[in-house]
Design a protein around this ligand. Sequence first.
Ligand SMILES: [Zn+2]
Length: 215
Amino acid sequence: MSVSESSLREDIVRAMQALDARGLNRGTSGNVSARFAGGMLITPSGVVASALTPGSIVHMPLEREPEDEGLRPSSEWRMHGGLYRARADCGAVVHCHSRHATILACAGRGIPPIHYMVGVSGRASVPLAPYAPFGSDELAGLVVEAMDGGFACLMANHGQITIGRTVARALAVAEEMEEQAAIYWGTLAIGGPTLLDEGQMAEIFRRFGGYGQKR
Ligand SMILES: [Zn+2]
């Protein structure tokens, strides 16, 4: 196994365990993948985060299930594969049922421009992909469509999904989306948010361009 493959497998295990430890996911729900060697490395179906090992991560093609006798991939492999095929800039995918993102998704809401950190999603607001059953081709298509040019979307009556160049980045976006979902949910409880306007969000994206350490 190459160094890059083993470190990606470790990144995926660490991300699943971080989601669990930070209360963003529970049990066997949620899944994480990384693009690798023309296909992807993805969490197996039905294994709790604490029991995952780098060796239990499944290597598979983007468009069909693996034929070997090993562990089955996550039942959501179609939406992971669809995102890699649609987005050349997608190196990793994180999907989870974090509580506040799921509350909004079950109420038929995305996240509007309530705070500048919504911009971490790559857009001024986070869209909601329409409902389709988990694991279906239909859901994969709806998620790819809703993701469009952004890095995050909510999934109706289900949860949230994020992408990034790396597993760490997709995980960071998922954590921020949960925080923004919680803030939006909180504002709805006290009369609703005051939204940022288009010009204010455009200014935020200009500032994001110069944000962070220069070296
Ligand atoms: Zn799910």
